[in-house]
Write a protein that binds this ligand. Structure first.
Ligand SMILES: *Cc1c(COP(=O)(O)O)cnc(C)c1O
Length: 370
């Protein structure tokens, strides 16, 4: 069964009754249990109650949803956004809206499962290209096809912490007349100026047609969104099935919490800067030990050990040492590339990072990896 958390999310959590340094959640900016964020959620709870009890297009639309959409649009520097109850719903809602039967989707082989589901739901033909391989993508784009074309990719890939080559993908999208969609669930609040995301990291704001994102990672709440032009968002609003058929839209207290985080990080880059400082420190320590961190350039750091059983044993050994990092093995990653996945947070102190790195070193030595 799953391990159980008996504390708020943070750099240290109580996991199965034991205090551990948390190197596994997506709480990039450490804001999931920030007092101001909790306060914002509490105020919304008092004002609007718990459940929305209706879809937003019936009587489940609260002012805080509209405020959050405006704030997110400003933060992302797009015309408009539409908030969903999670990132999975954003992907499964927007892809079938963009393309359908007779159209073609070009999808990176390592795209997130919810992108894959959105592609399947659309009924469009899906051509999967090799991970980040622009020759493979162009080969597929060259094949003669009728109908609309959509290229879809993660901005940051969550298993390896590597980035999609968005400038080259944007070139190919323009050359072959395809729409470009980027899912930046792990890039928002992390990459680019002020944490505006991977698209802005590459300076491609005007060349990406649509983005999806999650409010459950750096934003420390739970929810998802689609970002794009006003025209696109207004057309999507009455059509996205995962939006109009759910009486579980983002709860107002979660929307208020996410709104607070957007305000905090829009005013103060310190959280994003601290995250990157922690990332550089930790990546340096792990690399110096001779451990393999693959192709990561983000705060997702895979410690690749190869064998799946070894990764699992190491994760359990670390837990005994007071550190939690998730073991990830086949079929999530290739058979010979099992790993511990470490996710850095702005909430980690230097002491937390040293404790985690020391434990990984000790464990890797005991298991003969270094
Ligand atoms: C986590 C994630 C999602 C799903 O977002 P949720 O808000 O957790 O449903 C979608 N895409 C990617 C790339 C993700 O990493």
């Amino acid at each position: 069964m799953y391990r159980t958390v008996y504390s708020p999310q943070g750099a240290r959590i109580n996991l199965d009754g034991r205090e551990v340094v948390n190197m596994a959640s997506n709480n990039y900016l450490g804001l999931a249990s920030h007092p101001d964020v909790i306060q914002a959620a509490k105020a919304a709870l008092d004002q609007y109650g718990v459940g929305p009890t209706a879809s937003r297009n019936i009587v489940g639309n609260f002012p805080v949803h509209d405020e959050l959409e405006k704030a997110l649009a400003k933060f992302k520097e797009v015309e408009a956004t539409l908030v969903f109850n999670c990132g999975v719903s954003a992907n499964t809602g927007v892809i079938p809206f963009l393309v359908g039967k007779g159209d073609v989707i070009y999808s990176d082989a390592l795209n997130h499962g919810s992108i894959i589901d959105g592609c399947r739901l659309s009924g469009a033909q899906v051509k999967v290209y090799h991970h980040k391989d622009m020759i493979s993508l162009e080969e597929r784009l060259k094949e003669p096809e009728e109908g609309k074309k959509l290229i879809v990719t993660d901005g940051v890939f969550s298993m390896d912490g590597d980035l999609a080559p968005l400038p080259q993908i944007a070139d190919l999208a323009e050359k072959y007349g395809a729409m470009l969609m980027v899912d930046d669930a792990h890039g928002d609040g992390v990459m680019g100026p002020m944490g505006r995301g991977t698209v802005d990291h590459f300076g491609l704001r005007k060349r990406v047609f649509v983005e999806t994102g999650s409010l459950s990672k750096a934003f420390g709440s739970a929810g998802g969104f689609v970002a794009g032009s006003k025209e696109l968002i207004e057309a999507l609003r009455p059509k996205a099935r995962s939006f109009i058929f759910t009486a579980s839209p983002m709860a107002p207290c979660l929307a208020a919490a996410a709104l607070k985080v957007v305000e905090m990080i829009s005013e103060d880059e310190a959280y994003v800067k601290k995250l990157w400082k922690n990332r550089e420190y930790f990546a340096n320590r792990i690399t110096k030990l001779g451990l393999n961190i693959g192709t990561t350039v983000t705060p997702v750091i895979p410690v690749i050990v190869g064998d799946g059983a070894l990764a699992q044993r190491m994760s359990e050994d670390l837990f005994e040492k007071g550190v939690f990092a998730q073991a990830i093995q086949f079929p999530m990653v290739p058979k010979n590339a099992a790993r511990l996945r470490v996710i850095l947070s702005a909430g980690h102190t230097r002491e937390d990072l040293d404790l985690a790195a020391d434990a990984i070193e000790e464990s890797a030595r005991a298991m003969g990896i270094i």
